[in-house]
Each structure stands twice: as structure tokens, then as C-alpha cells.
Design a protein around this ligand. Structure first.
Ligand code: PEP
Ligand code: MG
Length: 886
């Protein structure tokens, strides 16, 4: 097997094999850019090492051969006492894992070659000894697990002895002394002398990089970022170049455009007379890259030239690391740079303008998650507000409220109408009620997959997790941050996108992107580059997509907002809400009806109310299809809870009051109590058991459609029967419904479709039969997931999903993103067999997954006609539907 590639042998497409850094170093080498020569050891070698605990056969020989070639090319030998070649050993995985893995610089230095290095550098002893002490420090820490603080402590001591805070004030003698101290620290912790043999240094450093793949923080990072655990890292062995040889040397980082806003220009930092790790460690303050023009115009011009070439070549924003060694520029790294959601849109638009990419490619480079981020309300920050802590933006949004430390208190204050922020070290399943009651959640521990983060995302609630500057003291009902104390009731604001925490109430504004979707910001007139880019890319997504996008809405107001956001119909109008509020009493009458007359009276009272609801929605949707689902939840959800009612009755009896009515209600609640209501009397089952209920709804829908049509409008109702598992259920409902529709519609020209949800696994598996009786299917992926996995949708996220995510049983909640293998298979089967039985059968999805980016791609692949999602997700679904089609 080939385990080692010279930089000249690779290219940017070999990231799986060479890692991101190695592939891009190879690409730059082949572009003729000034890259220090070197070679890359493949991820395959790392995988073999991690699997067996030793270097694979042949690796040592291949390294030897490439090292010799490198030595020949450079005219120096590794660690040669007179004129040493020095190398850096750098990790570089397929996916960037910033700061997670190891790097060792200056490999090849020892007690003798340090002298040779000084000669090379023009008798620069200070530089040579500084390089040597850096090697011992990095090698000790990375390869031999010597505690890093000990070295740092010794360095501080040396500076204190000299009476300075600046590394640069240490002279050659000081650094020679520091090397002696470092060697002692090394020997004390490892039980051996610092290795003097250059090749041994190299081999040990390579092995340490392999092993750093499985360092605890790397494992954690991968889990959070969903990077597969078995990829391994490549190792780059690169000729050292030095940015710390004097004032005509230095090191820097740069972006070809602003990764924050996307604006064109030069963005970067430069540090003269320093090595890369000094920039990262923030040891000295950097200067803006533009300063380099003054310091070294030749290198600056060359750098700008290279940056322009890289952008042209990668056709994207690049970030780079470079070093200048005595006036000679070297490129140490480049990659397509990370950027904010806003910059992603702006840059994609710019690149189209510049003719570098087309609109399809622009669409490909942004995604729904980014668009969703741009739609969250933002804090309106001015100088008054400064973040006091920063954690992980675990669930986006902007929330303000009074601080509370227990779930119970959150519930109490929320009941009084207050906004609260629940603050905990970590949340656990007991906090669920508090999380529901709170405006936002703030924890001092835990990452992106902690309980708080997972549950908050599931609820769409703002959450900042792992803000570790905050010291939470629950018993004392306060937290401390940066010397300040925040007590229960004090107001804080948290930003679930940036992870920042503010004291006081920061005002909130709708984002520009939402103003655009709402129609209050004209994309042709604004000079907001982001809005213009979003508009352009959305327009292209709409032109490209095959999937239609509808919304889940059950009020005229929601329907109106969704239409402004681009919804092309209603895919799910849940009629449940129409039974709440003042109407609860009518529902009670229906449930308690002792005689046929009482029952029909109750239904007759509900009919006009329902009809008016539908009239409003049909008007709002102006001829777009509206799928109305007949009532789904169990009726006892509309009655008071059993315990509370029992207590009330007992208390009233005690007082000698007349409780006949309450007793009847209590008896009904008892009668209807179910151990598993989700699997009980709901959906179509309810319609088959309570005479006249579905009939009333069907009549209301048909009458509303006729009324709207008579007024000169158009209505396209689609009646949807929930929870069907057998075609016979649907046939029974349909026969009755068709009679009513025929009677109501008459010759008004109104057409009403009758279809079904597919949300019970049996329905998916008998879809061929069901399609005979259904004019359309709509996948209810919430219930299909619930019943497919046997996961109670109301309980599991808080109860144990965090553990499943931690164990990697799944990477994301199946309620959030469709489980392609299981639930997805049911959908595939139902789509195929349904269409085989009834060619052209209209297929849609109305579960929460309809607005999830990955799921949208799946629904496109299986050939659905539309997705339906909550109004706010409509733009996300449009964008992802477009992206699925390119
Ligand atoms: C579903 O089950 O996916 C669905 C849309 O219905 P509900 O969420 O109302 O059960
Ligand atoms: Mg359902």
C-alpha cells in the first residue's frame, strides 16, 4: 500500500486520503505557489495504526524514502549538526477539527544541531535556542504528555528573573538556560532524556499525531460535529520555515473576503518576528494585514497576488496561513474558509456577479440551516450591552427574561405571565416542565448534544449551553459571572446563535431577511447585500425545485403569513384548535350527550363556528389547495384532567353544593380515560365511534367552500382522514362524506378531494389497498416515527434521547430529521405501492420533517409532490427543495 505522498503527487480532491491540509498543500504546490517542500502520510496509515496499535508494514520504509528525497531537494539532512533540515509534523483530517489535534515544530533539533541552526541563521544563537526550547516544549507536551503548565511556568520564571513580560527580551543565554530546565522537566516526567536522535523524534511525533485522533477532546468534537469516528488523520511532514528570524520575518493568517459579512477586501492579521503558534496563542498583539504593505511591500504584493489566484482557482472564499522568512513568502496552508450564514449568501451572490460560479452552484453553497439562522429575531445591540459570558449557541433565537434556577419556579413565574430564563449547571429530565415554561435555557456545562441542547432544539426554544464563566449556585438562587452576582428575578438576555449572555433586557428586532419575506423590504431597492443575495438565490431555488411547498396552518392569520413566505397551499389544517377556548363547552356537551337530540344539538351548535373558520382560511388561500384534517386527538383532551376534577367534585360535595353536572363530567372523564391515548381512541377511530362528528366537519368544509365560491372566490378543499391503518376505515368514512358533499355542493362547481394520512405503519405497508380509496396521501411523519420506532413523541426527547445521541445510536433525533432507513423505508414503500395502484396519486408530507433540510432532500428523492411545514420553515423548505433538484 502507498502510505506516503509527496506534495507534488497529491491534489485538492484527495481529502479522504491526504486530509484537508495535505490535499490543499499539494494543490498549492502544483499551482507553483511557494509551499515549503514536504510529504503527507495518509489517513489509511493512521487507520491501520489505530486498528492494530502499530505502524503498518512498509510505512517506515516509505517515510525513509520520502525523507531522503526531501533531504536531497533541500541539500540538508534531518538534524545534521552543521546544517540541519528541520521539519514540522502536523495533523490534518478530512474535516477540519480546529485545535483538536497535534502539531510539533522544529523536529530535528538537538544539542548539536542547535549550533548548526544558529550558523544557518547567521550566528543567531538566540533564535536557535528559542527554536530548541519550543521543540522540547511541544514534543514534551504532545508526544510524551508532560504537563504543559510546567513549561509555561518555567518560561514565566525566566521572564520574571529578567524583569520582563516579553519573550523577545530573553537572550541566547537565558534561552540556553531554559532549555536545560525544560530537559529536566522532560526527564522528570518521562523517566528518560529528551531524544537526541532526529529520526526517533520524527517517528514519535508522527505516532503522537496518529494517537491524537482519539484524544478525548477530539472524540467529543467529532460527536458534536457528527464527523465519523473512523476516518483517522493524515500527517504532514513539512520543511520548517521561520517567521521568527528577525524583523524581516513574520507570520500571519488571512481571508480572501470577510468571513463575517462576506464583504470583499483583505482580512487578516500579521505578527512580525513570530511563529504561527504565537498568533494562535495570542501571546503578542497582531497588526492588521494591511500593515504588511508598509513593512514588506514585495511580500505583501505577492501575497495579494496569491490570494487572488487561490480565489480564482477554488472559486470560493479561501483562508490561508503564511510565513515570511527573511523577506521570502511561504504558504503554509489554505482551505475553503468557514463563514457565517450571512457571508455564505453574500459571497455566493458575489461569485455569481464575478462570473466565477453559476446560480446552481450558488444555490448549492448555501443551505436551509443557514437561512433558518438568518430568520431568527436578533438582539438590537448597542454600546450599552456587553456580553458577560459566552457559551455554545445550542439552539438559536434571542430570549430575555427573569432568571430562575428551578423548574418549579419557572413554571410559577410563567403562569404569572412573566418571561423567564431557566439557568442550570446542566438540565436533566426533571427540568422538562421548566424548560417548556421558560423563554430560554442557559447552562454552565455541556455541549451541543447535552440534555439542555437536545431538548431545547426539539422544542425550538433558545438555548445557550456550556457558558462556563458562569458559576451557578442553585441553593442560593444566584450565579456569579465576571465578579458580578445575578440573583433570581434579575433579567438576562441570551443569544442562542452566538452563545452570548447579556445582563438586562436587550431589545429584539425581526431580521432583515424576515422583513424581506414579509414584504416590508424590497430586494430591488435595498442596499442590504444580504437581502439582495437571499432574494436572488431564493428566486433561483423556486425556479429549480420540483417539490411544491405548503404550510401547516389552522388560522387565517397563519395562512396569510405563510403565503407571504411563499406557501403554495395548506398541507395540514389541524381542526383541533377549533374545539378549544369558548367552544370547549360545546365539546363537553357533545361528549356528555345522553340522548340523540342532545348530541345533534351540540353538533349543530359547532357547525356554524367550524364553517366560519374554513371560510376565513379558504378566502385567505384564494384558490390554493387546503388540506383539512378531520379531528385527530382523543376527545378527553378537551375535558379537564381527572385528578383535578375529582378533587373539585369532592370539595364541592363537602360544602354540600349541587354537583350533579360535575359528577356527570367526572364519570365521562373516567369512562374515557386511556392508558395509552396516543394509541387509543383518536383519529379515524373517533370518527367511526362518535356518530355525526366527522359528518359535521365535512359539512362545514363543503358549505364553507360553496359560500366562498358563491362570493366569487375559489376554494379547493381536500379532506384528510387521520390515523387510517386499514382501507376499510377510509371506505366507511368516505362513503358518508361523499353523500354529504354531493348534497351540499350541488351544482356550485366546488370539487372536494378525499384522501388520507399515512401515519400508521400498517397504512404504509398496505398503501396499495388504501390508494384505491384515497385521492391523495399525506405522510404524517410525526406519528409514523412514533409508531415506527415505538417512541412516545411527547416523552422520549427529554427522557433518554440525550443518552442515545451521546452513545451515537443516532446522530440526530428521528423526530427532527427523517430516519431514512426505517421510517423512510415505510414512506418509500407507501409511495411506490400507492402510485402503482393509482397512477399519479398526489403525495405530500405534513409532519415536522417537512421543514427539515435533510428530510426535504429525502422527500424529493422518493418523488413526493409537496412538503408542508410551519409558516416560518416555508422559506427553508423552498430553498432545500431547490437544492435537492440541482
Ligand atoms: C403527524 O403525525 O405527522 C401529523 C402531521 O399529525 P400530528 O402531528 O397532528 O399527529
Ligand atoms: Mg399524526
Amino acid at each position: 500500500d502507498k502510505y506516503v505522498y509527496d506534495f507534488a503527487e497529491g491534489n485538492k480532491d484527495l481529502k479522504d486520503l491526504l486530509g484537508g491540509k495535505g490535499a490543499n498543500l499539494a494543490e498549492m504546490t502544483n499551482l507553483g505557489l511557494p509551499v515549503p517542500p514536504g510529504f503527507t502520510i495518509t489517513t489509511g496509515a493512521c487507520q491501520a495504526y489505530l486498528a492494530t496499535g502499530r505502524e503498518p508494514d512498509g510505512l517506515a520504509g516509505q517515510i525513509e524514502a520520502h525523507l531522503e528525497a526531501l533531504e536531497r531537494a533541500m541539500g540538508r539532512r534531518l538534524g545534521d549538526p552543521q546544517d540541519p533540515l528541520l521539519v514540522s509534523v502536523r495533523s490534518g483530517a478530512r474535516f477540519s477539527m480546529p485545535g483538536m489535534m497535534e502539531t510539533v515544530l522544529n523536529v530535528g533539533l538537538n544539542d548539536r544541531s542547535v549550533v548548526g541552526l544558529s550558523d544557518q541563521a547567521g550566528q543567531n544563537d538566540r533564535f536557535a535556542w528559542d527554536s530548541y526550547r519550543r521543540l522540547i516544549q511541544m514534543f514534551g507536551k504532545t508526544v510524551c504528555e508532560v504537563p504543559g503548565e510546567e513549561f509555561e511556568h518555567a518560561l514565566d520564571e525566566a521572564k520574571r528573573a529578567k524583569g520582563t513580560h516579553d519573550d523577545l527580551d530573553l537572550d541566547a543565554d537565558d534561552l540556553r538556560g531554559l532549555v536545560e530546565t525544560y530537559k529536566k522537566i522532560f526527564a522528570k516526567h518521562t523517566g528518560r532524556e529528551f531524544p537526541q536522535e532526529p529520526r526517533e523524534q520524527l517517528d514519535l511525533a508522527i505516532r503522537a499525531v496518529f494517537e491524537s485522533w482519539n484524544a478525548e477532546r477530539a472524540i467529543l468534537y467529532r460527536r458534536q460535529e457528527r464527523i465519523p469516528a473512523d476516518l483517522g488523520t493524515a500527517v504532514n511532514v513539512v520543511t520548517m520555515v521561520f517567521g521568527n528570524l528577525g524583523p524581516d520575518s513574520g507570520t500571519g493568517v488571512a481571508f480572501t473576503r470577510d468571513p463575517g459579512s462576506g464583504a470583499q477586501g483583505i482580512y487578516g492579521d500579521y505578527l512580525a518576528n513570530a511563529q504561527g503558534e504565537d498568533v494562535v496563542a495570542g501571546i503578542r498583539n497582531t497588526v492588521p494585514l494591511q500593515e504588511l504593505e508598509r513593512l514588506d511591500k514585495t511580500s505583501y504584493d505577492q501575497l495579494l497576488d496569491i490570494m487572488a489566484r487561490l480565489e480564482g482557482h477554488y472559486q470560493d472564499l479561501c483562508d490561508i496561513e503564511f510565513t515570511i522568512e527573511r523577506g521570502k513568502l511561504w504558504m503554509l496552508q489554505t482551505r475553503v474558509g468557514k463563514r457565517t450564514a450571512a457571508a455564505a449568501f453574500v459571497i455566493a451572490g458575489q461569485l455569481v456577479d464575478e462570473g466565477l460560479i453559476d446560480l446552481d452552484e450558488a444555490l448549492h453553497r448555501v443551505n436551509g440551516a443557514q437561512l433558518a439562522q438568518l430568520m431568527f429575531p436578533r438582539f438590537q445591540l448597542d454600546h450599552e450591552f456587553e456580553a458577560v459570558a459566552r457559551g455554545i449557541g445550542a439552539s438559536p433565537g434571542a430570549a430575555s427574561g427573569a432568571v430562575v434556577f428551578t423548574s418549579a419556579r419557572a413554571v410559577e413565574l410563567a403562569a404569572e405571565g412573566k418571561s423567564v430564563i431557566l439557568v442550570r449547571r446542566e438540565t436533566n429530565p426533571d427540568d422538562l416542565n421548566g424548560m417548556i415554561a421558560a423563554q430560554g435555557i442557559l447552562t454552565s456545562r455541556g455541549g451541543k448534544t447535552s440534555h439542555a441542547a437536545v431538548v431545547a432544539r426539539g422544542m425550538g426554544k433558545t438555548c445557550v449551553s456550556g457558558a462556563d464563566e458562569i458559576e451557578v449556585n442553585v441553593p442560593a438562587k444566584r450565579f456569579n459571572v465576571g465578579g458580578r452576582t445575578v440573583s433570581e428575578g434579575d433579567v438576562v438576555s441570551i443569544d442562542g446563535t452566538t452563545g452570548k449572555v447579556y445582563l438586562g433586557e436587550v431589545p429584539v428586532t425581526p431580521s432583515e431577511v424576515v422583513q424581506y419575506f414579509e414584504g416590508s423590504l424590497d430586494p430591488e431597492r435595498t442596499d442590504d447585500a444580504l437581502v439582495r443575495a437571499v432574494h436572488r438565490i431564493m428566486t433561483h431555488a423556486d425556479a429549480r425545485r420540483r417539490l411544491a411547498v405548503r404550510t401547516n396552518a389552522d388560522t387565517g392569520a397563519d395562512a396569510a403569513r405563510a403565503r407571504r413566505f411563499g406557501a403554495e397551499g395548506i398541507g395540514l389544517c389541524r381542526t383541533e384548535h377549533m374545539f378549544l377556548g369558548d367552544r370547549r363547552e360545546l365539546v363537553e356537551r357533545l361528549i356528555l350527550a345522553a340522548t340523540e337530540t342532545e348530541r345533534t344539538d351540540a353538533l349543530a351548535a359547532l357547525l356554524p363556528l367550524q364553517r366560519q373558520d374554513f371560510v376565513e382560511i379558504f378566502r385567505e388561500m384564494a384558490g390554493l389547495p387546503v388540506t383539512v384534517r378531520l379531528i385527530d386527538p382523543p376527545l378527553h383532551e378537551f375535558l379537564p384532567p381527572l385528578e383535578q376534577l375529582a378533587v373539585n367534585v369532592a370539595v364541592a360535595q363537602e360544602r354540600g353544593e349541587d354537583v350533579a353536572k360535575e359528577e356527570a363530567l367526572l364519570a365521562a372523564v373516567r369512562r374515557m380515560h386511556e392508558e395509552n391515548p396516543m394509541l387509543g381512541l383518536r383519529g379515524v377511530r373517533l370518527g367511526l365511534v362518535i356518530p355525526g362528528l366527522f359528518a359535521m366537519q365535512v359539512r362545514a368544509i363543503a358549505e364553507a367552500a360553496v359560500a366562498v365560491t358563491r362570493d366569487g372566490g375559489t376554494a379547493c378543499p381536500e379532506i384528510m382522514v387521520p390515523l387510517v391503518g386499514a382501507v376499510q376505515e377510509l371506505e366507511t368514512v368516505r362513503a358518508e362524506a361523499e353523500k354529504i358533499i354531493a348534497e351540499v355542493v350541488g351544482d356550485s362547481g366546488v370539487e372536494v378531494l378525499i384522501g388520507t394520512m399515512i401515519e400508521v405503519p400498517r397504512a404504509a405497508l398496505t398503501a396499495g389497498q388504501i390508494a384505491e380509496a384515497a385521492q391523495f396521501f399525506s405522510f404524517g411523519t410525526n406519528d409514523l416515527t412514533q409508531m415506527g420506532w415505538g417512541f412516545s413523541r411527547d416523552d422520549v426527547e427529554g427522557a433518554f434521547f440525550w443518552r442515545y445521541l451521546e452513545l451515537g445510536i443516532f446522530g440526530i433525533s428521528p423526530f427532527e430529521s427523517i430516519d431514512r432507513d426505517g421510517v423512510g423505508r415505510l414512506i418509500r414503500i407507501a409511495a411506490e405501492e400507492g402510485r402503482a395502484a393509482r397512477p399519479g396519486l398526489k403525495l405530500g408530507v405534513c409532519g415536522e420533517h417537512g421543514g427539515d433540510p435533510d428530510s426535504v432532500h429525502f422527500f424529493h428523492e422518493v418523488g413526493l409532490d409537496y412538503v408542508s411545514c410551519s409558516p416560518f420553515r416555508v422559506p427553508v423548505a423552498r430553498l432545500e427543495a431547490g437544492r435537492s433538484a440541482i
